[in-house]
Design a protein around this ligand. Structure first.
Ligand code: C2O
Ligand code: CU
Ligand code: CU
Length: 488
């Protein structure tokens, strides 16, 4: 992979991962946000500049953008089928929005400037009100100047709890982010350079869990843990191995799987914007440490993310055999595959690829500026999505699906790069990967395409509106790897 990793912090994630570190925000930390709903005041979510100690004690702090002075943002805990209200107060010096990634809510609440709402100007407010239909692991982030705003820290977990308590001993939440630092602890500037955008996007040199360089996670032998993973990185894919543990996948992108399964090759693959809920049975020995490693990029880019540090306590009695648990399904309508609308979308562009070719008409540039970083707005698209009508790199709807119909979309990656493709407003079913049907129906809102991959997805178009469909390597999105699908 064409990644530039010379930074002096490159080894730091690895070295510090085993050491105790309690990184603290220099900003006053607001209370972790509890619940929200019925009869309570709306949550106030305030994105603003601040300073945070991401690199840990004794290390320089960083100028960041943070929700409520927290990196990552406050954990929002909603309850399935209960109304949520938030007041977003823009403390930034530029417009912003908040997008609730993965929630199947009305398009007016989707946080996409130009579709859902105008940008919230500096100093102004926006009221978000919606009722989450699905329980699961989701997240929130801005949808304007996203590489700049999200890349400097604006992202947080959004957990929708099932109405019934689930039978785990404990939950762990890991919001995974990576950052590219200068030697003085500031972020490397230029979040929208065409070089990064045309390649794999910005892959940083320090990976954090919940906004800090990880310290060991205490675990008691025998515990049954629901581990929620959120990849909130701009561009980094991860392939996590839980040494000494047989983890099982419970849910993908918030949606429970029918039958929990062991990840392929013992590796939990999680691309930008994806979530994985794992059953982590603490089958290790008291007093021992077990590393969690990431070898996605291989070679010198392998690193240890964190250690599971078992306490000296004896194993919880009766916790020896492996445990069967499934999460309750969400009410996602099943696609009707008897007579679907079909579309084929080809992903093109980037460096080392075929280029965009003809058809990058001026008409497609119109909507781009709004979604782009400040500099990128003046640059031609690097990426695009082609269908039979031509090339699309912007905010014009590519096609319309009649409300209530099922659509099957074949995605074809004709580029030299990996793309986590994300659809707003829906959880789609992944039907097949390179013509191999999925062994069980998998629901996702973000699906990974490797170079030359073909993936077939389907969904019942029950949520009307204009829905963005884009790559979640943010610099790819902002340089053209996006379109809009209209359901009407
Ligand atoms: Cu996380 Cu347009 O999405
Ligand atoms: Cu989204
Ligand atoms: Cu991409």
């Amino acid at each position: 992979m064409p990644i530039n990793l010379p930074g002096r912090f490159r080894g730091r994630g690895l070295l510090l991962a085993g050491a105790a570190s309690t990184a603290a925000l220099i900003l006053p930390k607001t209370r972790a946000f509890a619940a929200n709903t019925a009869g309570q005041l709306p949550l106030i979510l305030r994105p603003a500049p601040g300073r945070a100690n991401i690199l840990g004690p004794g290390q320089p702090s960083t100028d960041v953008l943070a929700y409520n002075s927290q990196i990552s943002g406050p954990v929002l805990r909603l309850t399935q089928d209960q109304e949520f209200r938030a007041e977003i107060v823009n403390g930034l010096d530029q417009g912003t929005t908040v997008h609730w990634h993965g929630l199947r809510i009305p398009v007016a609440m989707d946080g996409v400037p130009g579709i859902s709402q105008p940008p919230i100007p500096p100093g102004e407010k926006f009221n978000a009100t919606y009722t989450p239909p699905d329980a699961g692991t989701f997240w929130y982030h801005p949808h304007l100047h996203t590489a700049h705003q999200m890349g400097r820290g604006l992202a947080g977990a959004l957990i929708v709890d099932e109405a019934q308590k689930q039978p785990f001993d404990r939950e762990l939440l890991w919001v995974l982010q990576d950052w590219q630092f200068e030697a003085d602890g500031q972020f490397v500037p230029g979040f929208d350079t065409p070089m990064e955008a045309g390649m794999g996007g910005r892959i940083g040199d320090v990976v954090t869990i919940n906004g800090v360089v990880p310290s060991p996670v205490a675990v008691r032998a025998g515990e049954r843990i629901r581990l929620r993973l959120i990849n909130a990185c701009l561009a980094r894919f991860m392939s996590l191995a839980f040494t000494g543990h047989d983890v099982r996948v419970l849910a993908l992108d918030g949606q429970p799987v029918l039958t929990p399964f062991a990840p392929r090759d013992g590796r939990v693959l999680i691309g930008p914007a994806q979530r994985v809920d794992l059953l982590l049975e603490a089958s290790g020995e008291p007093g021992q440490r077990y590393p969690v490693t990431d070898d996605f990029y291989g070679g010198s880019m392998d690193y240890q993310l964190v250690n599971l540090a078992y306490t000296a306590q004896a194993r919880i009695p009766g916790r020896t055999a492996s445990w069967q648990v499934t999460l309750p399904p969400n009410p996602v309508p099943k696609p009707d595959l008897s007579n679907p609308v079909r579309h084929r979308l080809t992903i093109v562009g980037g460096m080392m690829g075929s280029g965009l070719g003809n058809g990058t008409g001026g008409g497609m540039m119109g909507g781009m500026g709004m979604m782009m970083g400040d500099n990128a707005a003046n640059q031609p698209p690097i990426w695009g999505i082609r269908d039979k009508a031509g090339l699309n790199s912007g905010m014009t709807p590519m096609f319309t699906i009649p409300l209530g119909k099922t659509v099957v979309i074949t995605l074809d990656n004709q580029t030299a790069f990996w793309h986590p493709m994300h659809l707003h407003g829906y959880s789609f079913t992944v039907l097949s990967h390179n013509n191999v049907p999925e062994p069980q129906p998998i629901l996702r809102d973000t699906v990974i395409l490797q170079p030359q991959d073909q993936v077939e997805i389907a969904f019942a178009a029950d949520n009307p509106g204009d829905w963005m469909f884009h790559c979640h390597v943010i610099q790819h999105q902002e340089s053209g790897l996006m379109t809009v699908i209209r359901v009407a």
